[in-house]
Ligand binder design. Structure first.
Ligand SMILES: [Zn+2]
Length: 376
């Protein structure tokens, strides 16, 4: 036992050191074989706001977007946004936040302690945007590329003083009331140490649980939980366009409610490649997210009553561009940390009410602005 334990520790440390050593304080050159699709999107004229889509790039900041813009040969769908602001990311007890406290700020409007999800600094459960929207008879959705117990979705759907309490967080989904749920982490639903089967419990609570994308496509109304990957979803090259496809499905699904909807979409693994200091997969994640942003903006432009906000919870990796070539779509980047960095994050807005997101404010104000605009 002791020897195998030591081997595991040696293996983990070896890997962390190896991954960090690849990127930290070293110049990494990246270019792509093909560019990511970008469209020019017409700005909707309508002033009425019925729906809000909050899109979070976990660990994504200005340098990430500018790097993706450069490797994509000076084009991003995000550039269709109408307004930009800056959000302060510090949490209740630290200058540099984690995703738990930052997600809680966005989901509930409260600054909380590092590693807390959906609870205040004293550990008391908080109402989230999905709770408030449900109370106003709006439909709600969560679409993420990580396991559903990970910090950002947990901040919207669960309440815990420990973001690592995977099984307890997943058990909270039974009562979260969210209508459309997509993400990974199936093993925390049906391979649990407490013997509970959360998939069966959610089925009894009225959720339809499709086994795959084809199954999901046959579901037209009601509540749906789509969880197919045991842990996080695989990287973009493997999972293909699943984030934009499921996001589009969620929009059509939720829009059937005449009272409107709130949808949170997260590109969760941008953060992972900041932590591991890997620049090429980071660019692939950002451009996958940008294609999804393009699809959501297009949908919102057609609908005319949907406000879309694109932001981040914090920056990861301390990424800096130190060189590159516009002509060749090449970037030279350097990471300064394998952790989160302390910086304000941009907030991009598209659709009616976008102008409310200009200026400098706290991340908790994003919640307050959404609450006010949707009259929650
Ligand atoms: Zn994060």
């Amino acid at each position: 036992m002791k020897i195998s334990g030591l081997l595991i520790v040696w293996y983990l440390f070896g890997n962390i050191f190896y991954v960090a050593a690849q990127g930290r304080d070293r110049e990494i050159k990246v270019s792509l074989d093909e560019q990511s699709a970008v469209k020019q999107i017409e700005i909707p004229k309508n002033r009425k706001i019925k729906n809000v889509v909050l899109m979070i790039g976990d660990g994504m900041s200005l340098t990430h977007m500018y790097s993706a813009w450069a490797v994509n040969k000076r084009r991003l769908n995000l550039e269709n946004c109408q307004a930009v602001g800056l959000a302060k990311t510090c949490c209740y007890d630290r200058l540099i936040t984690d995703s738990g406290a930052a997600g809680t700020a966005l989901a509930t409007g409260h600054k909380t302690r590092y590693h807390f999800v959906g609870v205040d600094p004293e550990g008391k459960p908080l109402q989230t945007l999905t709770d408030l929207a449900t109370a106003k008879n709006k439909s709600t959705g969560i679409v993420v590329t990580c396991r559903l117990n990970d910090a950002t979705p947990a901040a919207f759907c669960a309440h815990n003083t420990d973001r690592e309490a995977a099984e307890a967080i997943i058990a909270d989904y039974v009562h979260c009331g969210v209508d459309f749920i997509f993400g990974g982490g199936k093993r925390y639903f049906d391979e649990r140490s407490d013997g509970r089967n959360i998939l069966e419990e959610m089925q009894r609570a009225g959720y339809q649980i499709p086994a795959d994308k084809a199954g999901l496509d046959t579901i037209k109304k009601g509540k749906v939980l789509a969880v197919w990957d045991k842990h996080d979803l695989p990287r973009p090259g493997v999972r293909k366009e699943i984030l934009s496809e499921i996001s589009s499905k969620a929009l059509d699904f939720l829009a059937q409610n005449k009272k409107g909807f709130f949808l949170m979409i997260e590109s969760s693994q941008i953060d992972d490649y900041g932590h591991s200091n890997q620049l090429k997969p980071l660019m692939e994640e950002i451009l996958d997210f940008d294609r999804t942003v393009g699809k959501v903006f297009e949908w919102a432009a057609r609908d005319g009553q949907t406000l879309v906000i694109v932001t981040a919870d914090h920056e990861t990796g301390g990424l800096t561009l130190v060189g590159g070539s516009l002509e060749n779509g090449e970037i030279v980047g350097k990471y300064s940390t394998g952790d989160h960095s302390g910086v304000m994050v941009p907030v991009y807005a598209f659709g009616p009410g976008a102008e409310k997101f200009t200026g400098i404010y706290e991340n908790t104000d994003i919640f307050l602005k959404i609450k006010e605009l949707l009259k929650l």
